[in-house]
Design a protein around this ligand. Structure first.
Ligand code: FEO
Ligand code: CA
Ligand code: CA
Ligand code: CA
Length: 595
């Protein structure tokens, strides 16, 4: 491994960003910026750039061995029976959301999603001549990777053959629970696999939450004249799927197995401490294109889960548990019993703030009746999107991650609305038609997250202040120095820095000129200040954030460098296949990241 390739410092000194916000001014005068690092410039280089005084190192890449019996990544890309078997013992592809579970000061478990695959990178035929083996190899290369890591000196390393190491993929046996359980199981005891595991959540009782997003990409129909029902249409199923699995595996053929698609699109709970545990699909949290799950424990122990649906003009959801969480209790029913709500964001167009309402998605209430096509609560949950439309939810600009600095007692909740290029009708919270840049919105309840009412405000409207006019310039905290597009990953650290990751247009041209490759920024949510912290390699998306216990290491996901055959050779350099990877960032003085 060429660690030196990774070690890259910004060649530029700090430039005080230009802001107009009065709060920011006051804060700067007091010289107490939460963001203590020197902002870096945009970059189009095929590497990781971090601020002066920081270093980035590789932790693990797609195809790296989790067990000594596995074979290392094969640059010849020979896909045979052996390669298919081997895929179960190596790190999965396209890593996304992840959580850190501490075992001791120097040992931990990382649970890491492997969202999807890139056939153009994975195969010599670039996906053009798919075989049954290829599909099996793909099915075993996604899902979730659970790994043990150990800190040696300053550096975290994989523990090969750890009892915690595990791959979960499209074939793994899963339980189903919650109010749509019987409808989903349809007489089976178990279902098999998890798909398109986007981002994540971490429960206070020590389990990992993985979120199933674009599951329609894996299902098609052998009958070209199939009549999709309303729910299937709304989810986006097509006769010809993106990955073509239906041609090799009947399970993904909607003409033959229409119910199989109802077994995906859920929140899945995994016990990362037991590699033999059976993951559980939690149907009471609704079925849609789940991005992440931000979990907040209210003072009375109620478990609140905010969840976004990443599709143009879809909704934001909230779950409120019936059971109150207490340390040491039986937590097995917490995610099964409670009320799912959907968000309505009201206000006057142009105000950039307003009020809102959480509306319950309960069968028999708010128009969710037989007359409107719902048979029961299971039907409401499986078709949460249709239910949301009936109760008057607000179509959003593709909600990606949701994050709250709950440890501080703050009631504010932030969410990335990544972009919505097809928006025709603006609304107060989504004020731009053909939104190419995205925005970060925040909301807060007056008293408790159990409240049905909330107020909201746009925290940052991304844009290009250098070549755009009106709203596409972006909000005042977007400048020539920090401009970006398509905010996606979002997480708070313990001090309240809001870390932002982008998954946007990396052409660095036209509307996106000066934004460079996808990147990571940090925001001080009290002042509105935003600074660029990291830039990724060519054609990657930055996604996945986790910290070690003392916040001196930040783990970051580099997803699909070189996608669509863009010229990346990250992480191993010339003549190697670009591979999705998890990297670790450290401050050279051992301090807290971002301080
Ligand atoms: Fe998998 Fe919406 O990102
Ligand atoms: Ca995302
Ligand atoms: Ca995205
Ligand atoms: Ca991606």
């Amino acid at each position: 491994m060429q660690r030196r390739v990774f070690l890259k410092y910004s060649a530029f000194g700090s430039m005080l960003a230009f802001f107009t916000g009065p709060n920011l001014h006051a804060n700067l005068l007091e010289n107490k910026s939460l963001l203590g690092f020197k902002a870096i410039d945009a970059s189009t280089e095929d590497n990781i750039v971090v601020p002066d005084g920081y270093e980035a190192k590789l932790l693990i890449s797609w195809g790296d061995k989790l067990f000594s019996k596995a074979k290392p990544y094969d640059e010849n890309k020979l896909i045979d029976d052996e390669a298919v078997k081997n895929a179960s013992f190596v790190f999965g592809d396209n890593n996304d959301g992840m959580s850190f579970f501490s075992l001791s000061k120097t040992r931990a478990i990382l649970a890491i999603n492997n969202e999807y695959i890139n056939p153009e990178i994975m195969f010599n035929h670039q996906g053009k001549e798919l075989s049954k083996e290829d599909v099996l190899y793909e099915q075993k290369s996604l899902g979730v990777s659970i790994i043990e890591v150990q800190k040696k000196g300053d550096t975290w390393e994989l523990v090969e053959d750890s009892k915690f190491n595990r791959r979960i993929d499209a074939h793994t046996k899963m339980k189903v629970s919650g109010e749509a359980k019987n409808e989903v199981l349809k007489g089976q005891k178990f279902v098999y696999g998890t798909l398109n595991n986007c981002s994540n959540g971490k429960t206070p009782w020590g389990t990992y939450i993985t979120c199933e997003e674009n599951i329609d990409d894996f299902f098609g129909s052998s009958d070209e004249n199939i009549n999709f029902n309303k729910g299937q249409k709304r989810f986006g199923f097509k006769t010809k799927s993106k990955y073509g699995w239906e041609k090799f595996d009947e399970r993904f053929d909607l003409a033959k197995n229409p119910n199989e698609a109802n077994r995906f699109g859920w929140i899945v709970e995994i016990d990362p401490f037991d590699a033999k545990s059976t993951p559980i699909k939690r149907t009471s949290l609704g079925r849609f294109k789940h991005e992440n799950a931000e979990i907040i424990i209210e003072k009375d122990g109620s478990v609140i889960i905010y969840m976004g649906d990443d599709e143009a003009d879809e909704f934001i959801y909230k779950f409120v548990s019936k059971h109150k969480f207490k340390k040491g209790m039986d937590t097995s029913k917490i995610l099964d019993e409670g009320i799912l709500y959907v968000g309505q964001f009201n206000g006057k167009l142009g105000d950039m703030r307003g009020s809102g309402k959480w509306i319950a998605l309960e069968f028999g209430k708010n128009g969710l009746t037989e007359q409107n096509g719902f048979k029961n609560q299971a039907d409401v949950l499986i078709n949460a999107r249709l239910a949301g439309s009936i109760v008057g939810a607000t179509p959003m600009d593709r909600c990606e991650w949701i994050a709250s600095h709950k440890e501080s007692g703050s009631k504010e909740v932030f969410a990335t609305l990544t972009n919505n290029k097809s928006r025709k009708e603006p609304n107060a919270a989504n004020p731009r038609v053909k939104n190419i840049y995205g925005q970060i919105i925040k909301w807060s309840p007056k008293n408790s997250h159990k409240d049905e009412d909330f107020s909201w405000e746009i925290f940052a409207l991304a844009g290009n202040p250098d070549n755009q006019s009106t709203l596409n310039k972006g909000s005042n905290n977007i400048t020539s120095k920090n401009k970006f597009n398509s905010p996606d990953g979002l997480a708070f650290d313990k001090d309240g820095r809001l870390w932002i990751q982008t998954d946007g247009d990396y052409s660095n041209k036209g509307d996106f000129e000066g934004m460079g490759n996808n990147q990571m920024l940090a925001a001080d949510v009290k002042t509105g200040e935003i600074k660029r912290f990291l830039t990724g390699p060519i054609a990657c998306e930055l996604t996945g954030i986790a910290f070690d216990e003392d916040y001196t290491t930040m783990f970051v996901g580099i997803q699909h460098p070189g996608e669509k055959l863009a010229p990346s050779h990250f992480p191993h350099g010339a003549n190697t296949t670009p591979r999705s990877s998890v990297i670790q960032i450290r401050k050279l003085d051992g301090g807290v990241i971002g301080s």
